[in-house]
Design a protein around this ligand. Sequence first.
Ligand SMILES: Nc1ncnc2c1ncn2[C@@H]1O[C@H](COP(=O)(O)OP(=O)(O)OP(=O)(O)O)[C@@H](O)[C@H]1O
Length: 637
Amino acid sequence: MARRPLPRILTDSAPLARMANSPSLARSRELARTAADSASDVLHPLITIGRGLRRLGAAGRGRWMETPRESRGPLAFFVGACVLVMCLVPYGPLLALITVMGAGAWAGRERTPVETGPSEAERERLQALYEALVPYFSVEGDTGPLYAYGGDWERAFSEYVFDDAGRIERLQLKYPAYFTDGEDQSRVRIEQVLYAKAGRGREYHFGWDELSNQLTLTALGALPADIAAQRFVTAPGETVLGFTDPDAVQRTLPVTAGEETRDAPPVVWRTGPRATEPHLLVLGQPGTGATTLLRSIAVQALQHGDVLVVDGSGTGEYGCLSGRPGVLAVESGLAGALAALEWASHETERRLITANRARQAGRAAPEDTRRPLWIIADRPTALAHVAVAEGRDDPQRWLQVPLRHGRAAQVTVVVADQFESAELLSDPVRAHTKARVVLGPATAEEVRAVLGAPPHTTPTASVPPGRGYARLGSAPVLRLQVPATPDPLDDATGQKLRQAVLSLLPERTGPADEAGPADEAELTGEARPTGQEEPAEPVTGGKPEGAGESADAAGPVDLAKSAEADRPVRLRKSPDADATAEAEGDSGGAAADAVPAAGTGSGDTAEPVGAAGRMRTVGDGAPRPVNGSAKAVRAEG
Ligand SMILES: Nc1ncnc2c1ncn2[C@@H]1O[C@H](COP(=O)(O)OP(=O)(O)OP(=O)(O)O)[C@@H](O)[C@H]1O
């Protein structure tokens, strides 16, 4: 039998579609929606109360089920008694009804659910981090591994915090007890994995808690770089190298940064007879702020001591120090540097011998052996190169005695150089500089090679100038930001910073170099202060007499101010000074009598600072290199 076709209205959808699109149907749909919306608005309180009563009922049922069987009777009796009382008091049932409705409305109110736990993306990130750690935190044969492929990260990560951008801000993880957390290599591997997975480009601190097998990773903010040179509140013998993280040191110093004054955590380096790290070595890439750190140290040192600067880079970045009271010399030529350092070496011996004699005689060490003497050598290896080319001594040779015996003689040595030249640093420099600073971008291995321990933070590839790590002896490695102490004679230095640095320098009392106070007054926009003496005598500039190979040894030298009369005097080292000293059998400590002859050293390849890299002495009652130099030095009034 042939099948009959279905009626057309059932096979053809066109009539249905026509009906659905008809205006009357659309209007009635709109009406129904409006009526439903209005009804839900009107009934909303009832819906809320109903939902609340349902929740209260469920909660009551739960409590009833939780109540021990033997307590149910008294509980039922108590509830029944309450109901009876409510029924008996005037308006009781009405009050009970209102209370129940109110409780229902409160319990039934809509609450936006509080999101707890990580989002999906964060869970994925934590899972990836967990999986990445599996090879390092698991061994074969571990029957209950904390870390396993496809394992549960929630067992291993006890705390995690994400920032607004979804990056890990803090993570606390447990690791198995068999992990060799006492070995640097093992730790560094884990830190590298976490650094990569938590997001490169930020600095992280790793806190290893070996007692409870826990590692805490914390993303660190940048150290504030707004602190400039200023008078820091420190005791004599304390030098502020820079500032670090608040929880890394126990002390704070009041500092002015911009307009505000706040407390900042300093890295304070102690020098002097009781210092355990009496000398400092600074290493870094070029342009990362080593000279700035040395300038900052020199400025602080001038407060209580004398400073002798050897600027191997020869860029004249210590010119602002020339001619200041307390600045014994600023040398940038080989000849001048050799002479100045030789003098410093002899001066160290003289101080030791004098202090020793005084002690043997039952007296206190004389004042002139106690004034701190700072030898600041910026890139001495550059001069070592020149010395090799000229067949002369490496200036570092003369650092040996100050480095070995400087602590007892109040002589402090600060050396700065670049990573590339580090192997040219002499053994005494490496051995006796226990305070260390690394500046600029450096890998963890480089930091460890210099400081003797890796940093507990991941060094980042790009850092602002003056940013690095410091370690004083065997203390922990600290992050460091050096206070901005730019060269005030540099045109690029802003007026405010220039003024800040100049205000910390002792006022020039002696004659200045050609680029001296006049220019400084110009730079600071100030007129020369009234009453300030013009140099009594023109500075001995240009080539010293007999310039050349012997210039450094015999050249006319310095201008100085007599300690007694406080007026400039000219000191001249006799050409046969060394010969005289030798002839008199002046070996070892007695050689201290020789004044360092600091000439321009025309044979130098580097240009001397200022007019001529001169040894300058000043008279403010403090010991000066000219002390007791009767046989070698002639003082001209
Ligand atoms: N702590 C700091 N704060 C702000 N700027 C700094 C800081 N340290 C250095 N700078 C700036 O960085 C630049 C280089 O500094 P500096 O000359 O001290 O570095 P360097 O390592 O001695 O360089 P080079 O090896 O070329 O002599 C300068 O412009 C300086 O002003």
